[in-house]
Write a protein that binds this ligand. Structure first.
Ligand code: NAP
Length: 251
């Protein structure tokens, strides 16, 4: 179907979970994938398993974001695809949420996406080609969950950022879109505990959690040359979780 032969892609947060799923699918489509992650051990292991490259990256550092992009461009001469996927989701109740809970969430999920997109633009503009795919979430833009007010704000914020950014680069051959995962079985999600996982599976019409490759395939479509006329858009991948209007409608 789509081929990414000869293309160069950076996947942030690609050591595990959804990012790993995206890296795997992009690699299978022919892209040279660079996994950029704060978890060096898992990142190197995943890169080796997938035949990808690895760069150590903390997306809260603007300098490191630029350095990773520069290193990739120095090695490959181009950067076609940025999948800005890094995200954290520690819970904090509103009553006791601290300033550092809030700032920490925004620094990784929202500011980190901004840093990576900004760092990639000069190269993509020069080559007059770029595909940027953000990993947002259904939580925030569409749904809510107690304990995730700050997370939801960061994920909705990504979409606000995307829409104006997409306009600024539209004439440079660059698109910016977002995938919005529902509940995808990753290590991060497993850390929410068995009760959470069971509750979520029961609230999804398919009665199954998603797999990282489900997001990988959606991201691959938005990252393909064929998606050139799609920008500033979102693609929900959630097994229908947001659809039921009532418990009965869930069936
Ligand atoms: P995950 O399993 O926790 O994996 C995230 C990866 O990002 C880990 O390797 C993590 O390293 C790394 N990371 C954390 N902070 C970082 C930083 N500052 N700089 C660079 N890398 C960092 O997460 P996931 O479940 O795959 O989620 C990936 C993305 O999908 C997130 O944006 C999340 O919000 C979004 N999402 C997930 C779901 C879901 O159901 N899983 C649903 C909706 C949206 P460590 O291992 O060291 O923490």
């Amino acid at each position: 179907m789509f081929t990414l032969d000869g293309q160069v892609a950076i996947v942030t947060g690609g050591a595990k979970g959804i990012g790993k799923g995206i890296a795997e699918v992009l690699g299978a489509a022919g892209a040279n994938v660079v996994i950029a992650d704060i978890n060096e051990a898992a990142g190197r292991e995943t890169a080796e398993a997938l035949g990808a490259e690895f760069e150590a990256l903390d997306v809260t550092s603007k300098t490191r974001c630029q350095a990773v992009v520069d290193a990739v461009v120095a090695r490959h001469g181009r950067l076609d695809i940025l999948c800005s996927n890094t995200g954290i989701f520690p819970q904090a109740a509103l009553d006791t949420m601290s300033e550092s809970d809030w700032e920490g969430m925004m620094a990784v999920n929202l500011r980190g996406a901004f840093f990576m997109v900004q760092a990639s633009l000069a190269t993509m503009r020069k080559q007059r080609y770029g595909r940027i795919v953000l990993t947002s979430s259904i939580t925030g833009p569409v749904t809510g969950f107690p304990g995730w007010a700050h997370y939801g704000a960061s994920k909705a914020g990504q979409l606000g950022f995307m829409r104006s950014a997409a306009l600024e680069v539209a004439r440079d051959g660059i698109t910016i879109n977002a995938v919005m995962p529902g509940n995808i079985l990753t290590e991060g999600l497993q850390a929410q505990g068995d009760d959470y996982l069971r509750q979520m599976a029961e609230s999804i019409p398919t009665r199954t959690l998603g797999e990282p490759s489900d997001i990988g395939h959606a991201a691959c479509f938005l990252a393909s040359p064929e998606a050139r006329f799609i920008t500033g858009q979102t693609l929900i991948v959630d097994g229908g979780q947001i659809l039921p209007e009532s418990f009965d409608a869930l069936g």
